[in-house]
Design a protein around this ligand. Sequence first.
Ligand SMILES: NC(=O)c1ccc[n+]([C@@H]2O[C@H](COP(=O)([O-])OP(=O)(O)OC[C@H]3O[C@@H](n4cnc5c(N)ncnc54)[C@H](OP(=O)(O)O)[C@@H]3O)[C@@H](O)[C@H]2O)c1
Length: 281
Amino acid sequence: MQATRIAFIGGGNMATAIIEGLRHSQGSGAHAEPPIVVVADPTAARRELLTNVYAVEVTEDNSVAIVGADVIVLAVKPGQVQAICAQLRPTLAPDQLVVSVAAGVGTAVLQDWLGGHAAIVRAMPNTPAMVGCGATGLYASPALTPTQRGQAESLLRAVGLVEWIEQEADMDAVTALSGSGPAYVFLVMEAMQSAAEALGLPAETARLLTLETVYGAARLAMTADESPAQLRARVTSPHGTTERGIAALGAADLRGAFLQALTAAHARSQELGRELSGSTC
Ligand SMILES: NC(=O)c1ccc[n+]([C@@H]2O[C@H](COP(=O)([O-])OP(=O)(O)OC[C@H]3O[C@@H](n4cnc5c(N)ncnc54)[C@H](OP(=O)(O)O)[C@@H]3O)[C@@H](O)[C@H]2O)c1
């Protein structure tokens, strides 16, 4: 079987995370044949770094990068996608799969910018992808073949968990949850650490205990048979310290705060989508 050829347009953070993930997933047998990777990026230093570290092919010409590619990954800032689509449009073949990781750019808009191209997947990864622990929502345009669905899935699975989203409108909720989610968790970490410092712990001790507590709780929640609610109940003994702490979080309406946070992020994601598509309604 011939190796899949993957062209990245933009060689920044997200592209590098996926390339790194693809390299690691070779050993796990996720890809029968290692994919051939080519990266297009305007910055010479970045191209040099990518060739030196990952031994990928590089070019500064986006149209050259996509020649013969099975999968084309648009890994540039959302505001650059339209111009890049105009550049790729004349050489894009109907059977080439376009995977866009650009936040807020819908598949109908991409299809329009790509001159009616039908094979499009929209992905919403998150920053933990950089350490192979990403959580990605994927939405496929209806025209995708099963092979192309598999190609998109194994590409993003190289950097973590993948969930297919059936309704594209739900990508705004994915953005609000897992796209923005790492920042919510970082904020919780900051809050825990500074509260511990206020109680007198040295800053470094508070930092290390916070990090390990969040990491350990996440690992436990992922490996245990019980739900987070059950795990919480198990560590909350009657009249104990955790019960008091949890009651204080309840009184501060933590759940309400998260509902507000996700609702606000969801609304902003919808708004960005409208801005990028040029629609005002
Ligand atoms: N980072 C995340 O966690 C995350 C999560 C979800 C979605 N995303 C999406 O992923 C996309 C990329 O984000 P990122 O963090 O990887 O951004 P980034 O680090 O800025 O990478 C973008 C790369 O594209 C290059 N570029 C600029 N113009 C180009 C052009 N015309 N042709 C080809 N390459 C070009 C940039 O080069 P210069 O630096 O020289 O301009 C840069 O190396 C964004 O659309 C973002 O919404 C990112």
